[in-house]
Design a protein around this ligand. Structure first.
Ligand SMILES: [Zn+2]
Length: 567
């Protein structure tokens, strides 16, 4: 009975990342330093739930999924490299334990209850990440906001009065010297033993790399791990385009530091690029200018030319480690975070396909079995789920960034509603794109009804995360809009929802027009009124969502060489 919506809606959240529409939602409860473009700044999308205070049962909250993919196209060297990358990932995992809690072994061996030990392991410490970091162990105190990056009992005044220039560095921890005074230590010193090992492993991997770009990146990253200078390797990461394997590794995101959002947490992803989907995405991106011209709205709202050079690719994940594996699982990454690298090279979006498959199989399908009309369940398909998510990403490129009436950018004009409108736009124009691409014969697999019904089921999944995030609000506005237009229908007798395809198609056009108009006019008051009136979960939907209590809220992975058939 974890995920009662009533409690859900009251919690924290979050500001928004974009990325995967359907998965949407979330980022943690703290403000990190906020650069201007939100899409770029927030590069992962954990999910936040609230749970009841009793100790959760692992198998009820987390569905298990095996991380694997087809590796038959890889060369012998590439196959030899993967275990090395996984070894390196495990080091990142140990480092993240040190950052989030401290000594893993002592903690785990002190817990006799199997369920609790597993839960603590999943959470990288004795606090429940899906429940606002509530202690999982009775004797345990509240989690320190600064995790293990700062000494116990450090006050903000103490931090402020410290003159050490490196205190707010991404890559230092703070400690006390023997006189009790705060000092900083760089990661490469504090964790030197681990990092030297990881660095050596990366150099070993580099020797096996067939792709020169990847070889260069791994070599530079090996150096970065032991001197905390990451820029060159970030640049090299953006430069590589043809690699079959990717490896995101190092101290990257700062969400674990809820005190200041300064300190980067170690994580790793071992990734295999899905070349066929990546190719399709590049093709669809190239069609953006044509699609832009065709948007269902007056000319003045579509005068900008969409960029077609976005670096958006699909991957399967072989291994998650450290921060990326803690709490809810990321299904989309947007990196690098270094703004100077972004300015020089842009950024890359990585859609994690098998992780999406996990959420589809283990969460979306079970939800639809409770809420979607039986005759339409056959339309809930993974290609449609994946497609909707990808088209959401591509559709961010459509529409306009500047108002048409001199109110400046859409973002500044719509203030706190800007993100929700932008996410709403990407969701609806993603569907519009799907319709167009079918009409143009560019999309052949499946049928449009799959996208519609899967889209609706995706909203049920997303709104369970709460409605206070930009994605949450966007979802509610859209759900209520479709319900009002009878594109989504609720059968009182059976309690099932269904899609009316004709009305859906009409509603997609009118909603696209509505959002593009509000954005183009920079109509803050109009948006506010809409959000106030329609940005909520209706009692009917709330009752429906309350029927989902038996469905897991997140995924844990079985992962490692033993799941990859590499031996
Ligand atoms: Zn988005």
């Amino acid at each position: 009975m974890y995920k009662k919506l009533s409690t859900l809606l009251t919690i924290l959240t979050l500001f928004t990342a974009c990325q995967s529409s359907q998965d949407s939602v979330e980022d943690n409860s703290i403000k990190k330093k906020q650069p201007n473009v939100q899409e770029i700044t927030v590069s992962r999308e954990p999910e936040v739930f609230t749970l009841k205070p009793e100790t959760p049962i692992v198998s009820e909250v987390y569905a298990t999924f095996n991380l694997t993919t087809d590796l038959s196209h890889l060369s012998e060297n590439q196959k030899k490299m993967i275990p090395i990358l996984i070894e390196t990932s495990k080091i990142m995992d140990s480092l993240f334990w040190l950052q989030s809690y401290g000594d893993k072994k002592t903690l785990l061996s002190s817990i006799s209850d199997d369920n609790l030990r597993r839960l603590v392991d999943i959470n990288y410490g004795p606090w429940d990440r899906l429940n606002g970091d509530k202690p999982l162990v009775n004797s345990q105190k509240e989690k320190s906001l600064g995790a293990n990056f700062y000494p116990k009992g450090m006050t903000k005044e103490e931090f402020d009065s410290t003159s050490d220039n490196n205190k707010s560095s991404l890559y230092t921890i703070l400690k006390r010297n023997n006189k009790g005074k705060l000092i900083t230590e760089f990661y490469h010193e504090a964790y030197s033993e681990h990092l030297e090992k990881a660095s050596k492993l990366l150099l070993e991997a580099a020797l096996l790399a067939d792709d020169n770009g990847f070889k260069n990146y791994l070599t530079l990253r090996a150096q970065a791990l032991i001197d905390d200078e990451f820029k060159a390797s970030d640049m090299a990461w953006m430069d590589m385009k043809t690699n079959a394997i990717d490896f995101v590794v190092g101290p990257i995101e700062t969400y674990e530091d809820q005190l200041y959002g300064y300190k980067a947490a170690y994580e790793a992803y071992v990734l295999i690029k899905d070349k066929s989907w990546s190719k399709k995405l590049a093709k669809f991106s190239a069609l953006l200018p044509i699609l832009q011209k065709d948007l269902p709205i007056e000319e003045e709202y579509k005068t900008e030319t969409p960029g077609t050079d976005s670096d958006l690719n699909a991957y399967d994940v072989l291994y998650y480690a450290g921060h990326s594996n803690a709490g809810s699982k990321t299904i989309a990454i947007n990196l690098p975070n270094d703004e100077t690298v972004q300015l020089a090279k842009g950024s890359r979006r990585l859609q994690l396909k098998n992780a999406m498959q996990a959420k589809f199989d283990k969460i979306l399908i079970p939800i639809s079995e409770v809420l979607v009309s039986p005759d339409q369940r056959k339309h809930i398909t993974f290609p449609a789920f994946f497609g909707n998510t990808m088209f959401h990403e591509v559709a961010h490129g459509l529409g306009i960034k500047n108002t048409i009436n001199g109110k400046g950018t859409v973002r500044t004009a719509l203030k706190q509603f800007a993100s929700a409108q932008e996410e709403g736009k990407a969701d609806i124009l993603g569907l519009y794109m799907v319709e167009k691409l079918y009409q143009m014969g560019e999309l052949t697999e499946g049928q449009i009804m799959d996208n519609y019904v899967t889209f609706m089921a995706g909203i049920f999944r997303s709104v369970r995360f709460g409605s206070s995030s930009a994605h949450g609000i966007a979802n509610m506005l859209r759900f209520n809009y479709f319900a009002k237009q009878s594109a989504f229908n609720f059968d009182e007798k059976t309690g099932y929802y269904s899609v009316n395809p004709e009305k859906m198609s009409t509603a997609i056009k009118s909603l696209s027009k509505k959002i593009l108009t509000l954005q183009g006019n920079g109509d803050y008051d109009g948006v506010k009124k809409w959000v106030d009136e329609q940005g909520k979960v209706s009692p009917q939907l709330k009752a429906a969502l309350d029927r989902l209590t038996k469905i897991p809220v997140d995924i844990v992975f079985n992962q490692g060489v033993e799941y990859l058939n590499l031996k």
